[in-house]
Design a binder for this molecule. Sequence first.
Ligand code: TYD
Length: 159
Amino acid sequence: MAKPREEKTLIIIKPDALNRSLVGEIISRFERKGLKLVAMKMIRLDDAILADHYGHLADKPFFPRIAKFMKGWPVIVLALEGLEAVASVRLITGETMGRRADAGTIRGDFSMSVQANIVHASDSVENAVKEINRFFKPEELHGWERLDLEVLYAEDERE
Ligand code: TYD
């Protein structure tokens, strides 16, 4: 089996989560899973960054609606690190449509909507790299050694 890779992934905690006071709950779920928080800030998105971030949806009829929603309130952006972090976070996040997402996932537990679906999470390692560079300057990413690695991973996974 290929050795699991250490990856970083980008999360945006969306305006619906902020308005519903779910920010702490969402961060807590990622922390408790064992993902390492390496960057975090509260920002207001603008048209330029949204056009970049949602470039794959620019031609969709719902694009203006999500852009209005995402820039209407601040959001919290964070970068998380761990072995296979991109796929692991997508599993915790659940499918795009909240009311169909699996129970136990963030969207499954807190969302009834496709637009108001609580979080964005990078969908591939390649996109995660692009998204982290889009939202964070290199000096905003913190490399730190966690003290609980021995109880988070097996010896060979830590090497
Ligand atoms: P997408 O990248 O397809 O999903 P995901 O966030 O799960 O990676 O879509 C980006 C966001 O666009 C999605 O989180 C919510 C919004 N969206 C809509 O509002 N309506 C839609 O029909 C779709 C597909 C997405």
